[in-house]
Design a protein around this ligand. Structure first.
Ligand code: ATP
Ligand code: MG
Length: 646
């Protein structure tokens, strides 16, 4: 079924909100011209959100992603810097990789993969630290039409094994070791263990492991399987013709971060994804040629895919690849890197901002940060307090902060303010904590639990009505799970799983996961709202709020609170915080239970895992569920032992 691209007039006739009208329409075929096609598409979107769900974009087009990210920049801009690499340890030298150099490296890597038997359509698992070879390897896969599955280098052997098995991949690319915060991560050893686990199950599909040398550590070696990247690449040519790909050929599989359950193998395809990543990178950040752009995500997450690699390189940006962490060698590291490389656009996550806020202003103020023009946030709702600190302290009050809402599933940003080259933003007024407006071409709706469309200022469940090019196409080899997860809650809509409020100005505020929305005596409250109230007390560093069964109210508010450095946890402070939240939101939001939390359970991408906190609050500690994506399992042990609900 083909749907009209813009139906705001139809909606108007049905009495929709004026906001629908203010959402600008867009000609996606015109947008698709920003990339180079071997064969130009003649159709834009062709999709149905009703079962059987099927989504296609630019279906008759043909292209190659690595060609778009590298080759097409060479005739005029070969000597411009594509990648700046900043190592974990500032004493080690950084690198600048021009587009010319990137081209040579990607071609070589592609030839190495070919030589190891990788063919178009094969799945290649990448388990790499934040080194330039990670970017080369991703682009090399796209050059030959292989489908990459990047697994974050913080994952254990068990998690890697599950992901290799799920996508049945025959080649793994890894490094001897990774470096993060001065610590070594034994990547090759983890791969060896993962392959043993798979062999024990009779499920080892991997025939070759390509190993990049990062630290030069002594590692175990299986000569039939393991090959050194530097040895192989010295033997191949640096010319590899880009494989022509259909727009709907698979580009990559990426597993979600798993904050709500077992990770899903999200499949993105070639044409629509690239168009959307490039389009949003330019729209949201207002990227101008010559600027240095830094997204602090890891390539193991969708943010790294879309906004370190594909979007920026398709736009011929200079993109910074950072191997380290914000607190090593000290908590000024981000600001020091910004000065060192004269970063203009900085894009990070609320978890990092809150952690750095905890350290006070001095570590930030030590550095000039004069080069900064724009700041971005992604990953979780950003508390207004953290937003304001980011804007006032990091951006010296001169840089707009864009809060970008999106998901692994959406491929790129859907709701965010957009910055222009001239320093202005759309919308003009940015409210701390609001994701603001949908991008042109994105049509969100807010529904109540019965599926009724809520108009005007409203709060409810966030769905998207029309497809966009960057939308995921399926859960890898499990289309039924795709339909079930995203299209069965409300017929004809993509269900995001997030709660959302739209205010009277038409700005969107993400209130948290729908699972986590609280229902206190019949009143719906977003976890984000209550958490932000806690964080607005100067003594609180982080807060995570969940509901638990309450005899009278139906649900009570259980809050896990991390205090700032140097603040003493006392019963008086609990009473004061309770009063504070009551004062900020109202009596309905008075927290019932406060538990001091030295740390909060987070995914390896830094998101708070509220489903585990909910189990602890409900005293169901035997059924914590899948904890394999937790960054630090010991945090949970502490919270269980000290729970206030025994
Ligand atoms: P899983 O789907 O396996 O539970 P996940 O949802 O954490 O994992 P991601 O795709 O990494 O996996 O995260 C997307 C989610 O992150 C969104 O649905 C939303 O809840 C949250 N999120 C991302 N950016 C923002 C933002 N700017 N504001 C509020 N929430 C955000
Ligand atoms: Mg999700």
């Amino acid at each position: 079924m083909k749907r009209p691209i813009d139906n705001s007039i139809g909606l108007f006739l049905f009495g929709q909100t004026p906001y629908t009208l203010s959402m600008s329409k867009i000609d996606w075929l015109e947008v698709s011209e920003r990339i180079d096609w071997l064969k130009k598409p003649t159709v834009a979107g062709d999709y149905s959100f009703h079962k059987p769900v099927s989504i296609q974009w630019f279906a008759d087009g043909e292209l190659n992603v690595s060609y778009n990210c590298v080759d097409r920049h060479l005739p005029q801009h070969a000597n411009e810097v594509a990648l700046i690499w900043e190592p974990d340890n500032p004493a080690e030298a950084s690198k600048k990789i021009t587009y010319a150099e990137l081209s040579i490296q990607v071609n070589r890597f592609a030839n190495v993969l070919k030589k190891q038997g990788v063919k178009k359509g094969d799945r290649v698992t990448l388990y790499l630290p934040m080194i330039v070879e990670a970017v080369y390897a991703m682009l090399a896969c796209t050059r030959i039409g292989a489908v990459h599955s990047v697994v974050f280098a913080g994952f254990s052997a068990d998690s890697i094994a599950n992901r290799i098995e799920d996508c049945d991949s025959n080649i793994v690319i890894t490094a001897d070791e990774g470096l993060r915060g001065g610590k070594k991560i034994e990547l090759k050893k983890n791969i060896d263990e993962a392959l043993e686990l798979l062999s024990a199950k009779g499920k080892n599909s991997v025939s070759k492991v390509v190993v990049v040398k990062r630290t030069g550590a002594d590692i175990a070696w299986t000569s039939q399987v393991d090959v050194w990247y530097h040895e192989e690449s010295a033997q191949v040519s640096d010319v590899c013709a880009p494989e022509p790909m259909k727009a709907e050929d698979p580009l990559f599989i990426l597993y979600t971060s798993g904050s709500t359950g077992k990770p899903k193998g999200v499949l993105h395809t070639t044409g629509g994804y690239l168009v959307y990543a490039a389009y949003t990178h330019e729209k949201v950040f207002g990227y101008r040629a010559g600027e240095v752009y830094w997204c602090t995500a890891d390539v193991g997450w969708i943010t790294g895919h879309s906004y370190i690699v594909y979007g920026p390189l398709a736009n011929r940006a200079t993109t910074l690849v950072f191997e380290g962490i914000p607190s090593y060698p000290d908590v000024s590291r981000f600001w020091q890197v910004i000065d060192k490389h004269q970063v203009n656009i900085f894009y990070t996550a609320p978890t990092a901002i809150r952690a750095l806020m905890r350290e006070g202003e001095e570590p930030v103020k030590k550095f000039s940060r004069k080069s900064l023009r724009l700041l971005g946030s992604v990953g979780e709702p950003i508390n207004p307090e953290a937003w304001s600190w980011y804007q006032r302290v990091v951006g010296d009050g001169r840089c707009p902060v864009v809060d970008t809402w999106w998901q692994t599933e959406t491929g790129g940003i859907l709701i965010s303010a957009c910055a222009s080259e001239d320093g202005t933003t759309y919308p003009e007024v940015l409210k701390p904590g609001a994701a603001t407006r949908p991008l042109a071409g994105i049509y969100p709706e807010i529904l109540d639990t019965e599926g009724k469309i809520l108009t005007g200022a409203a709060e409810g469940l966030l769905v998207i009505k029309e497809s966009w090019p960057g939308q995921m196409r399926t859960v890898y080899r499990d289309h039924a799970r795709f339909e079930e997860t995203y299209f069965s809650a409300f017929a004809g809509y993509y269900f995001t799983g997030d709660g959302c409020r739209r205010d009277a100005d038409g700005d969107y505020w993400i209130t948290g996961r729908v699972d986590d929305v609280l229902n206190i005596s019949g009143h719906r409250l977003g976890t984000a709202e209550v958490e932000s109230a806690f964080v607005s007390d100067a003594r609180v560093s982080e807060a995570a709020v969940v509901g638990y069964p309450h005899d009278i109210k139906g649900q009570g508010i259980y809050a896990y609170i991390t205090l700032k450095n140097g603040v003493t946890p006392t019963e008086e402070l609990k009473a004061e915080l309770r009063q504070h939240v009551r004062h900020v939101i109202g009596p309905i939001a008075t927290p019932d239970i406060i538990q001091w939390a030295p740390g909060l359970p987070k995914t390896r991408s830094g998101k708070i895992m509220r489903r585990i906190l909910r189990k602890i609050a409900e005293n169901q500690i035997e059924s914590l569920g899948d904890t394999s994506t937790l960054a630090d399992p010991s945090v949970v042990k502490d919270l269980v032992e000290n729970r206030s609900n025994k």
